[in-house]
Design a protein around this ligand. Structure first.
Ligand SMILES: [Zn+2]
Length: 152
């Protein structure tokens, strides 16, 4: 699958300097996946939202680090304060759902399209199999766990 992420909102969302990125594969390092699951459990019954650093090489987008952000969580929504350095390399977000659906809500879809990145949603029961990945249009995209630590 070839997915194109094009940032058309660069002026508005100056925190995310995403140019034209092309990738065919999405990988997430094992420790990042573990952090996604741990944070979901800690936040439960609330949501958490945070961002992910990634890099693209040979058409593979690899998320290698979680960026902890201050957030305000509630049972139904997560408001996040976006305060990232300009060159942070943030290419994705992740948030949890306290329910059993990892499909994006209306608010999620708006957030995805505004950010123009790759977005993960983890639902209960919090586990690797509960993590879904979406593009900025809310279309589901495949992702894989990357066990090995190297990022290139
Ligand atoms: Zn959501």
């Amino acid at each position: 699958m070839l997915d194109k992420i094009k940032d058309t909102t660069k002026e508005k969302i100056r925190n995310f300097l995403i140019k034209d990125y092309y990738f065919e594969e999405v990988l997430v390092l094992k420790e990042v996946v573990e952090a996604m699951i741990d944070l979901a459990n800690e936040a439960y019954p609330n949501e958490y939202t945070t961002f992910l650093k990634g890099r693209i090489k040979d058409k593979t987008l690899t998320f290698y680090e979680m960026v902890y952000q201050p957030y305000h969580a509630s049972r139904t929504s997560t408001r996040i304060r976006i305060d990232l350095p300009l060159t942070s390399g943030v290419l994705g977000s992740v948030h949890s759902h306290p329910g059993f659906s990892n499909r994006p809500s209306m608010a999620d879809t708006r957030f995805f399209s505004k950010q123009g990145m790759v977005h993960f949603i983890i639902c209960r029961p919090y586990a690797v199999q509960s993590i879904a990945c979406y593009d900025k249009n809310g279309r589901r995209i495949d992702w894989d766990l990357k066990i090995d630590n190297s990022t290139d």
